[in-house]
Design a binder for this molecule. Structure first.
Ligand SMILES: [Zn+2]
Ligand SMILES: [Zn+2]
Length: 153
């Protein structure tokens, strides 16, 4: 098999995603080895998911701020807006531990579980929200780094 990018070179490995041949240079660019097309598609997927989550956070923050400003001291309003913005992060984090549907003996148990999850999500979101922001920022840097690598090769 030959490298998909450099047809004159023998492939030493294959793309982890599509299985096309990669020469030693191409195989060394990404770990696990990916061809250029798959790497950029993969990055676009990651970036899109992150953007959706960031916009959701921003939307919740602004909505809470608009609802609360003027009614509470502005510091409280900003605090509540942060809790609202980080809520989805907490909810996602807790999703691992709460059964999303079924498994409950009665509808009441299910609502109770949802209420507990919502309350816990608000508390935990304040912790995991900023961690999510940090990881998103790091992920964007990785995406940009691979884009530079792709432009160079
Ligand atoms: Zn590929
Ligand atoms: Zn190559």
């Amino acid at each position: 098999m030959k490298c998909a990018q450099h047809v004159e070179l023998d492939a030493v490995g294959t793309c982890n995603s599509c299985g096309r041949g990669l020469c030693s240079d191409c195989a060394a660019v990404f770990t696990p080895p990916l061809c250029g097309a798959c790497a950029s598609a993969h990055n676009k997927g990651i970036a899109k998911t992150l953007w959706v989550q960031l916009f959701l956070m921003l939307g919740l923050f602004i909505t809470a701020l608009i609802l609360l400003l003027g009614k509470t001291p502005w510091l409280d309003a900003v605090g509540f807006a942060c809790v609202a913005a980080f809520f989805p992060s907490g909810w996602r984090f807790l999703g691992r531990y709460f059964a999303p549907s079924g498994g409950y003996f009665s509808p009441l148990a299910r609502w109770m579980s949802l209420a507990v999850q919502a309350f816990a999500a608000a508390c935990i979101g304040v912790v995991v929200g900023p961690i999510f922001l940090f990881r998103a920022w790091r992920e964007f840097r990785v995406v940009r780094g691979t884009k530079d690598l792709l432009d160079k090769s």
